[in-house]
Every structure is written in C-alpha cells, then in structure tokens.
Design a protein around this ligand. Structure first.
Ligand code: 6R9
Length: 645
C-alpha cells in the first residue's frame, strides 16, 4: 500500500474558496446563516432575527419567529417536480427483497399515518416513542410526527426492555410505535414482545395509552385490547392528505437519548428550524449531493446518523435515500458491495468498525463487484485508523472517490468537522477541518485557555453557536449546562480530546470523559456499572474501555463480589447477561474480571487509570501505584486479564 500523508486532488482553488467561505461564516454568521436558511428551506413565513443567545446562558435560538414544517421540506416540496422519483429505496434482510417508495407515495403514506395518529388523539408537542426495525415505516413515522408537530423519540431496536421503559418514563410518552417482529441477519427479533415487557415494567406502567403496531413478519405477538392498534389497518382507512402543522422554528422536532459520563441517558432535544437547516446543508456539502443521486447511509435510524443522514438530510435535498434492514455480513461478507453494484449508489456511508471487519476478508470480495457508481465514501462514529482509511480509499473507492471523515455527535445534529469532497485535501485518520459556521479551538484541559498555533494537543471545543446545536436535555436544562457549557465557560464542550497538526488539521483522539465508544455505539461506563451492581452478586464494579481491533473499544468490567458469592463461569455469564438486559446486546462486556478488591486510593476512589492500563496490556507504564491502599491487588488483576486474553 502507498503511504502518502496527504491525499490531495488538484483542488487548490476550491480549497481556497472553502477557507474564504468558512471565514465569512464565522465572522458574519448572521448574514451567512440568514441567507442559507432562506435559500435552502421553504418557510411558511420568514424569521425576523437570525439568532440569539449564547453558550454562557444556554439560551440559544435560531430563526426567531420563522414558521416552517420539516416534513414539508423533506417531502411535499419535492412532489410537484419529482413525485415519481424514488424517495426511499429499501432493501430487506434477504438480498434482492427491495421496495421503492416515490416522493408521491411517501407523501400519501406519511399523511395516512399522521391522520391515524390524530384520530387516536396524538397532538402537537406530544412525545411519541418509536421502537421500530429498519423498515420504511420508521421514516414514515418520523415524518408523520414532524408533520403534526409531535416529538419523536426513536429508540434503537437493539435496546432492551429495561432501557425502553426508562426512556418511556423519562419522556412521559403516551404514544408508542413498534412492529410485530424485526428481521436482521437471518434472525427474528420479537420487538412487540420486548415492547410489552417494557410497558409492563414498574417505571413505565400505565404511561403508554396507545401502542401502534406495524406488521413486518406476521409472527405471533401478545396483544393488549384497548391499548394495541394495528397501524397498517388504521392507516389504510385514512385520507391520504393531512395538512402540515405550522411549526415555530424553535418548536421541538425530536428527542434522542444518548449516553453521558454520569447518571442515566439524557434526552437530547433538537428544534425544527436549526436542525432541518443543519441536516440539509451538511448532507449536501459533505456528500456533494446532486440531482439523481442514490445516497446510502447504512447506519440504523435509531442513532443520530440515521436521523440526519438516512431521513432528514437526504430527503430535504430531494435525492433517493437508502434504508438497509440487514448487516454487512449477511448472507455473506460481500453484501455491501453486491448492493452497490445492484443499486448503483453514488455515496456510501458507514463506520470504521464495519470497514475493519470487512477488510479482514481481503480485497477479492469487493473486487468481484462493480463499484464504479461511487463518488463519495463516508465514515463516522469514531476515529478511523489510517490502515482502514486506505483500504476504503483504494479497494472500495479505487482511488477515485473522496473519503469524507465526518465528526459529529447526537448533540451537534450533524457534521461539525469533516472534509468536503473534491475540496479539502485528505489525510487518512484526520477529520480535517470544520464545517461552515463551526469555529473549533483546542483548549488546555486544566486551565481552559485556548492553545494557539499548530502541532498542539488538548480538548476540543467550539467557540460559537451553530444552528444545529441541541437546545436542552429534556426536562433537565441544568444537566445541559453542566455537561456542555460549564466545563469551559463560553465554549461548547463535546467531550473529545484533540490534536491539531502542523497543517492545522484536526485529529480526534477519543473521549476524555467516562463514555465508551464500542463499534461506534456510545455507552456510559456508569450505565454498565449500574447494571452490574444491580445484580446481588456484585458489590462494586468498574467498567473500562480497552483498544479492540474490530470494535475500536471493548468493555472490560472489574467487579468485587458480595460475601457468599464465588467466582464461576456461570456467574460471569449471568453478569454479562445482566448488562445485556439492562442496556442491550451491543453493550455486552468483552471481559468480566471478578476480584477480591479493586485498586483504590487511600481515600476510597477507584483508580481507573490503572484499570485502563491493565485492560490494555500496558502494564509496564502503570505509573505510581504506591498511593494505593493495597498495591498487591495490581499484580492479581494483571494475571487475571492475561489469563483471559
Ligand atoms: C455521530 C455519532 C459521538 C462521539 C463523539 C466522538 C465519536 C463520532 C467521529 C468520532 C472521531 C469521527 N465520533 N464521529 N470520533 N472521528 N469521525 O457517532 O454520534 O453516538 O453521539 O457519538 O463519537 O467521540 O463525541 P454519537
């Protein structure tokens, strides 16, 4: 493989134009975003002020008094000119099981579901929980909510009943969507039954008034008369036109729960004008969207990547968006490339973990397929290692496609850092430079002072509000201020470490808080630990991330057992299961290490730094362990971890 540092297409003038436009966007955000909002979105009535508020006060608002509807922007406005164009191209678990939904079809289906919801009493401002597999209906329901002003709270279909129950309770959601079952990788997932379990948990009991169920497999499910409604039947009875609710720019569009370093998952809230604009412009700029494109983001709709880059971003741009029900490995490891060949995708967007796992099977697999339709390859979720980047660029993109490394978070709505295809010279492993309107800085973690110049490291922060920034955590504005705004007053703090290299390029070095990133899934160590200590056998638990070849990070849990419990294979299985049932299978620990004690300072604080080193096998750089209450425990743990790996 060639080992170039910079992959620079001949883009000098375009790169200069980016720099000039970026400069204008941060020096005069009012005129920049005012113009962009009017150019990109359709408003029922325009805003009178572009933005107000600050990070210091946490009172950010954009496009004040502007009225619009997100569903109108994603569907209605495209129908006249391209009603017959495919809006959503869906491929099911089995290869070749394909559905095409045109913009006209989509409008009718969204309207019918919106009317069905209204007929059952769903109102503007109501929270609606959505626990659906990757079927077209997940997009239809999101858009139907947006149409009538209901606030969707989509829960990734890999979450457990406990996790759903907690989210139903937190949002007070009277309305719930699911399907009988889901299909994934040849397996059937009993989504309705999991949902029933969730709705019956103590915290959630009696909250859901109506549970709307779509049919996916026709499998048997439990049924609660009076609460459960077959949505396909109810929707079919409805008129296929439903007027759009006139939404204020700052009316909530959705909440999405995500993990933080402490406490329970937080409901990140996004609003109508700012979110819709951010998803529109970032989808367009990052992926160079053009008329007729077939854009494939193979994430799950239950994460922010799916919200912004399967549903809202591509649809507001009027291209064809792809929805994928299956996995990259089913029925074989050529699945992605087979779909590129059959559907002729123009963009393909996935996560480093998927690239790494496919790379292991060699170049022959992708080389069997015609991938020449591709123009842009995207990556998201974690830093991409240069080796995986080069494989993506050379073997998948044949050195003809741009690889866009897109850095963002649930809280940022869409991309905030990332190269623009054909514009920004690329460096494998660097997410390069900020998007328009985003002013990034490197701060000294201790002093909070900006570090000037290049070739420096620190923590990442953003210096001024952009339209897509989350406005609050549902029901807990204090937490919003504490997590994002107060650590470094005057800045937004995403929680990531960063290096700015000699050319001013940004390299994300990973979370600096207690948040793990496992296969691109964000998991709080506190969530894993509370799942473990809820088990009677566990007295104490510390969950630690360690480098993992495929997943990026694996989870290692150190535990001390309560008196009377003995370490055994069965107990470890049980504890692993406790985490699966509390969060979901994607959070299953890789290692569980029971021990008689954990390394603690004399004041009783668990020394995570040491646990991290032991889990990573970096035992020759443990640092000072003399401050530990019982230094001998360190060798015991080293031996246990070595015995497991
Ligand atoms: C989109 C998404 C956010 C965290 C974020 C960071 C990591 C995401 C990245 C990246 C390096 C990239 N992250 N994209 N790190 N390079 N291109 O994943 O949202 O689930 O909220 O996670 O993911 O650590 O802070 P979310």
């Amino acid at each position: 493989m060639t080992l170039k540092e910079v992959y620079a297409p001949n883009t000098d003038s375009r790169f200069d134009a980016y720099k000039a436009e970026h400069q204008r966007s941060i020096t005069d955000p009012t005129s920049y975003w005012g113009e962009a909002a009017l150019d990109s979105l359709s408003w029922f009535s325009p805003f009178d002020t572009v933005s107000q508020g600050s990070f210091i006060h946490g009172d950010i608002a954009w496009f004040i008094n502007g009225k619009l509807n997100t569903c109108y922007n994603c569907v209605d406005r495209h129908v006249e000119e391209k009603g017959d164009q495919v809006a959503i191209l869906w491929e099911g678990d089995e290869p070749g099981d394909v559905k095409e939904v045109t913009y006209s079809d989509l409008l009718r289906r969204v309207c019918q579901v919106a009317n069905a919801m209204k007929s059952q009493g769903v109102k503007k401002g109501d929270a609606v929980t959505v626990y659906l597999p990757m079927m077209v209906e997940v997009a239809v329901v999101m858009l139907a909510c947006a149409r009538i002003g209901a606030v969707h709270s989509v829960i990734f279909a890999g979450f457990s009943a406990d996790a759903i129950a907690e989210r139903i309770a937190a949002s007070g959601s009277k309305w719930y969507f699911t399907s009988d079952e889901g299909k994934r990788g040849g397996k059937t997932i009993p989504l309705k039954n999991i949902s029933d379990n969730a709705m019956n948990k103590d915290v959630a009991k009696g909250i859901v008034e109506k549970c709307f169920v779509f049919k996916r497999t026709g499998g048997e499910t439990g049924w609660t008369e009076g609460r459960d409604v077959w949505m396909d039947d109810l929707a079919a009875e409805q008129r296929p036109y439903c007027p759009c609710e006139v939404m204020d720019s700052e009316d909530p569009l959705f909440i999405l729960y995500t993990s933080g370093s402490t406490g329970r998952p937080k409901g990140v809230l996004h609003t109508t004008g700012g979110y819709t604009l951010w998803s529109h412009v970032t989808a367009k700029n990052s992926f160079d969207l053009k008329e007729g494109d077939k854009f494939a983001c193979v994430a799950d709709a239950g994460w922010i990547t799916g919200h912004t880059y399967i549903v809202y971003g591509p649809l507001s741009n009027g291209v064809t968006t792809f929805m994928f029900e299956s996995t990259p490995m089913y029925p074989d490891v050529g699945r992605y490339w087979d779909m590129v060949q059959r559907h002729k995708f123009t963009q393909f967007y996935t996560a480093p973990t998927a690239i790494r796992s496919l790379m292991r099977f060699g170049d022959d697999e992708p080389n069997r397929y015609d991938l020449s339709s591709l123009r842009v390859l995207g990556t998201v979720g974690e830093p991409i290692n240069p080796e995986a980047w080069r494989w993506y660029y050379e073997v998948i993109g044949k050195e003809k496609c741009s690889v866009v490394d897109t850095y963002f978070q649930t809280e940022t709505a869409g991309h905030v850092i990332g190269n623009l295809p054909g514009v920004t010279p690329m460096k494998p492993g660097s997410c390069t430079l900020p998007h328009f309107g985003v002013e990034t800085v490197v701060l000294d973690a201790q002093t909070g002072k900006e570090i000037e110049g290049n070739d420096v490291s620190g923590v990442l922060a953003i210096k001024q509000p952009w339209p897509g920034i989350t406005r609050t955590c549902l029901g807990d504005h204090e937490r919003y201020l504490n997590v994002y705004m107060k650590p470094y007053p005057g800045y937004y703090f995403p929680g990531d470490g960063v290096t700015r290299d000699k050319d001013g390029y940004i390299w994300i070095t990973g979370r600096v808080d207690d948040v793990l990133n496992v296969s691109g899934h964000r998991i709080g160590t506190a969530e894993v630990e509370s799942a473990l200590v809820a088990h009677p056998a566990v007295a104490q638990a510390a969950a630690i991330g360690f480098p993992h070849d495929i997943k990026g990070q694996g989870i290692c849990c150190y535990t001390t057992l309560t008196n009377g419990y003995e370490e055994s294979e069965d107990l470890i299985k049980e504890l692993r299961n406790a985490v699966r049932t509390s969060i979901g299978p994607f959070a299953t620990p890789d290692m569980i290490i029971p021990s008689s004690s954990l390394p603690m300072t004399r004041s009783g604080k668990i020394m995570r730094r040491i646990l991290r080193k032991i889990a990573s096998g970096e035992t020759d750089s443990l640092g000072d362990i003399t401050t530990l209450g019982d230094p001998s425990i360190v060798q015991v743990l080293i031996d246990k971890v070595e015995g497991m790996t």
